[in-house]
Structures are given as structure tokens and as C-alpha cells.
Ligand binder design. Structure first.
Ligand SMILES: Cc1cc2nc3c(=O)[nH]c(=O)nc-3n(C[C@H](O)[C@H](O)[C@H](O)COP(=O)(O)OP(=O)(O)OC[C@H]3O[C@@H](n4cnc5c(N)ncnc54)[C@H](O)[C@@H]3O)c2cc1C
Length: 472
């Protein structure tokens, strides 16, 4: 590609939510932008395909989008005009327990509290300030470290968010239902729940449920990518698919290049141009737990013991707080939990475009040690069966991906880490020079930068803003 004569203001490498958000932000500013993607399909963590070869649409990576609908950047765009339709299930989240009941995160905070018994008041006390200040707080939370626009509300959130989920649960809750609910949400941290900062995930994703919900995208998460791409092209952007960049020398002439990749990949791609010590530092970047991902086609909805689980697309399977904490702790120690915490989404209950009539799609994953090749499929299915006896006999097709398959599918998922590196909020938000690399005009715009993992595009947006200010 070095013979490419066209000159671009900016080249973005990688078309995940952050690459696309960066490309759109640059094109909105009137810059000439080229987006290069190594895969033959656009979207990175927002792709969908017929993984089970059964005529169904499965989300390969992201499936539920509390951060997608909350994202200040996505909200600034009219993505509905480009075909994105969010589907809101009646409840954002269900969490079944062994007694055949389920605790639900309802859209309304009041409706949620009503069903939380003696912990309702405590849940309200924890969540209400965040829910009431959501629109003001969100730009501060979903951004790099900066002086907050709303310091009081932010410091209140920051204080609780910096604690561990275990501490927050012991301090606030007494009932097994609410302890389990909060633990399941906090376990999105992909870290042992006694680590400082894990409470942030419980607070942020819980409050997101009460404000924008945990919607799925009609037709698959690929339609978020499709909408962003259509808009980018309408702005004059150019896209090249199936072109993997192995060295920065392959990138067409530009004033700035924004890489939707993680530190280890940067060391490889920019290796020759980096001073040895910088290269070594990037190579030593730490990656977190990986995932073991499964998809199924069933010939009926999941036969949950707790029928309330049919009201939510997302279901957290792991039983009590103690069990979930134990499972995440085991992964943190490099072990494979016997009873893993399983994050499950059942999209076809609410989106009839996902499967032929009479069939249903189910998506799930659990955390495993980085680089694991252990087959967790039996343990995942046993966990689902525990709360939905008869699940297994309804399976008509299945797909499974261990951490090797995850990384083959997307080079950003190093060792199966879907977050672009350890998600500890402290290291992420206190990064000395976020988005910048040791090379002039070369920026990182992926989820390895603040505010971290999830489909929200904010890492790409802030990286593009930095590039615009410094180079364009
Ligand atoms: C199984 C799974 C479940 C998930 N569930 C959810 C969920 O429900 N909700 C949610 O919000 N998030 C979820 N996520 C996380 C979310 O998908 C990621 O945090 C998000 O996609 C990160 O966006 P990104 O733009 O930083 O990188 P990515 O989306 O990973 O995109 C990076 C892109 O760069 C391309 N690329 C990399 N290297 C090169 C190269 N050298 N040359 C050219 N192209 C290159 C890749 O092919 C890829 O397309 C999930 C992820 C996985 C894997």
C-alpha cells in the first residue's frame, strides 16, 4: 500500500465501535478519512453471523447495549436514520435463583425497589443519586480523567465506585436476592469482586438499566456497525475491508493515524519505529481474563423455572453472590470454575428477525483465565440447565469459541481478553497520556484507552478529538 498516492488527513485502522466513532468524528470535522479493517466484515466487536449454520443471526461479540444506548457520542448521532433500531425488552436484566424465583432489574427504579424487600431502601439509597444525575454524570464517567463538570455528584459516585463490589455488597445489602443481583452486574468487570473499582461496574451498569435500559439491536449488533458505517460514508469517508495492517509503513500517507488496537499489537505494528524501551513496555502490557463464548439454536424459548426470566433479554446465571464471587475469584487465580458465572442473552424472544419461526437463539459466555483452551461448554450448559431444566434437550445447534478462537476472530482479543487489557478503572483513568503513543501522529483509539471496554465509541471519540487538536 506504500504506492498509494492519495493523501488522507487521517487513517483509522480497525472498525470496532471505537474505530468507527473515531472515523465519524474526524469526518464530521471535515477531514478526509480512510478506515481500514483487517476482517472481511465491518464492526469488530459488533458483528453478527450465522455461527451455527442454521439460518439464524448470532451476535459474535456484543449482544446487550446498556453503554451503547447511554453513549453521549452515539446519542449525538441520528443512528435510527441509518437503520439502527434498539429493542427494549420489558426488563433490562433477570437473575434466577435456585428456589425457582428471579430477581429483576426493572427499567424503573421504583418498580425494582418494590420487589427487593428489606433491601429496597438500601438499593434506592445507592442508586438514586446516580440515576437522578445520570445525564450530568455520564460525560464525566465515560471519558478520560478530567476535572468533572459536576464535581459533587461525580465525587460521590467516584467514592463508592472506587470500592470493591464485595465491600459495597456487605455495606449495603442483607438479602441474598439483592446481593446476587449486584454481584452479577459487578462481575462484568471480569475481575475478582474483592478488587477495588469493581463496584463501579455494578453502579454504572445498574444505573444504565434504570435510565436507558439494556437494549439489543434489531437484526443483530452488526446493525450498530452498519449504521455508523453508512453515516461515515455519507460524510465522505472511505472504507477498505479485508486489509490487515502488519506495519505502519503499510498505512497510506496521512497526517494522523488512529489505531483501534491494543498495546501489544502496537508494539508489533510500530516495532521498527519505536525505541527499544518503549517497545518493551508495550509488549509487557497486561491482559485480563479471557472468555469462553457459546451460541445455541433451540426449538423453543429457554424453559426457565422462574418465568420472569422471559421478560429480560439478559440473564445472569451464577446463583448467589458467594458463588459468583467464588467463580470470578477462581478465574483470577488462573482456575476454571466448576460453576462459572454465565452472562446470557436471549435475543430472539424480542427480535423475530434473529431466527426462523419456531426457533430461538441464545448467546452466552463465561470468564476463563487468559489464554485458556479448556472447553467450558459442559459447565456452561449445566449452569443453564440448573435454572432451566430441559434446556439441553431443546438444543438444535451450538457453536463454541475458546480464547484461541476469539483471538483468531479478532486480533484485539489477546488471550481472549475482550476488554483490550486489564480493566482496572484506576490504571485506565490515571493513564498519563491517554490515546497518545510514543510516535508523533500515531494514536490509540481502542477500548485499551479510557473509558474502556463496551460498545459506546467514547474511546474513539476522545482519541479523534486529541488528533484533531494536535495534528489536524
Ligand atoms: C464475546 C463478547 C461479548 C461482548 N459483549 C458485550 C456486550 O454485550 N455489550 C457491550 O457493550 N460490549 C460487549 N463486548 C465488548 C465489546 O465488543 C468491546 O469492548 C468493543 O467491541 C471494543 O471496541 P474497539 O473498537 O475498541 O475494538 P474491537 O471492537 O475489537 O475492534 C477492533 C477492530 O480492529 C481490527 N483490527 C485489529 N488489528 C488490525 C490490523 N492490524 N489491521 C486491520 N484491522 C485490525 C479488528 O479486526 C476489529 O475489527 C463483548 C465482547 C465479546 C468478545
Amino acid at each position: 500500500m506504500t504506492q498509494d498516492k492519495s493523501k488522507y488527513d487521517a487513517v483509522v485502522v480497525g472498525s470496532g465501535p471505537n474505530g468507527l466513532a473515531a472515523a465519524v468524528t474526524l469526518a464530521q470535522a471535515g477531514r478526509k478519512v480512510l478506515l481500514i479493517e483487517g476482517n472481511r466484515t465491518i464492526g469488530g466487536g459488533m458483528r453478527s453471523s450465522d455461527l451455527t449454520h442454521s439460518g439464524c443471526i448470532h451476535d459474535i461479540c456484543s449482544a446487550a447495549h446498556p453503554l451503547g444506548i447511554a453513549s453521549p457520542f452515539f446519542r449525538s448521532l441520528d443512528l435510527a436514520k441509518y437503520g439502527l433500531e434498539w429493542i427494549q425488552p420489558p426488563a433490562p436484566l433477570a437473575h434466577p435463583l435456585d428456589d425457582g424465583t428471579a430477581v429483576l432489574l426493572e427499567h424503573s427504579l421504583d418498580a425494582t425497589i418494590k420487589n427487593l424487600g428489606e433491601d429496597g431502601r438500601n438499593y434506592n439509597k445507592l442508586m438514586r443519586p446516580l440515576v437522578n444525575n445520570w445525564d450530568r454524570l455520564l460525560p464525566d464517567i465515560l471519558g478520560p480523567l478530567h476535572f468533572p463538570g459536576h464535581p459533587l455528584a461525580f465525587s460521590r459516585f467516584g467514592f463508592t465506585a472506587s470500592q470493591s463490589a464485595v465491600y459495597t455488597i456487605f455495606k449495603n445489602f442483607r438479602t441474598k436476592q439483592v446481593k446476587a443481583l449486584f454481584a452479577g452486574i459487578a462481575a462484568h468487570a471480569k475481575m475478582p469482586l474483592d478488587k477495588p473499582g469493581t463496584a463501579a461496574f455494578g453502579l454504572l451498569l445498574g444505573a444504565a438499566g434504570h435510565t436507558g435500559g439494556w437494549p439489543i439491536a434489531k437484526g443483530g449488533s452488526c446493525n450498530i456497525a452498519a449504521a455508523l458505517t453508512k453515516y461515515f460514508i455519507e460524510l465522505g469517508g472511505e472504507v477498505r475491508m479485508g486489509v490487515e495492517i502488519h506495519s505502519l509503513d503499510e498505512v497510506p500517507e496521512n497526517k494522523a493515524v488512529l489505531l483501534d488496537i491494543t498495546q501489544k499489537q502496537l508494539a508489533r505494528i510500530a516495532g521498527a519505529q519505536l525505541p527499544g524501551s518503549q517497545k518493551q513496555k508495550l509488549e509487557q502490557h497486561k491482559y485480563g481474563a479471557g472468555v469462553f463464548k457459546m451460541d445455541w439454536v433451540l426449538d423453543s424459548p429457554i424453559p426457565w423455572k422462574a418465568a420472569d426470566c422471559l421478560r429480560a433479554a439478559t440473564v445472569h446465571i451464577g446463583g448467589t453472590f458467594e458463588e459468583i464471587a467464588g467463580a470470578e475469584d477462581a478465574v483470577g487465580k488462573g482456575e476454571h470454575p466448576e460453576n462459572p458465572f454465565v452472562l446470557l442473552v436471549q435475543p430472539s424472544l424480542f427480535d423475530n428477525t434473529r431466527a426462523p419461526v419456531g426457533k430461538h437463539t441464545v448467546w452466552a459466555y463465561c470468564h476463563v483465565p487468559n489464554g485458556s483452551t479448556f472447553d467450558m461448554s459442559d459447565r456452561i450448559e449445566s449452569q443453564i440447565e440448573r435454572f432451566a431444566p430441559g434446556f439441553r434437550v431443546r438444543i438444535r445447534a451450538r457453536s463454541k469459541m475458546d480464547t484461541t478462537a476469539m483471538q483468531e476472530d479478532n486480533p484485539n482479543y489477546i488471550g481472549g481478553d475482550i476488554a483490550g487489557g486489564v480493566t482496572n478503572p484506576f490504571s485506565l483513568f490515571t493513564m498519563p497520556k491517554p490515546y497518545k503513543t510514543p510516535l508523533k501522529g500515531v494514536y490509540l483509539c481502542s477500548s485499551a484507552m479510557p473509558p474502556g471496554a463496551g460498545v459506546h465509541g467514547m474511546c474513539g471519540y476522545y482519541s479523534a478529538k486529541k488528533a484533531l487538536k494536535e495534528r489536524l
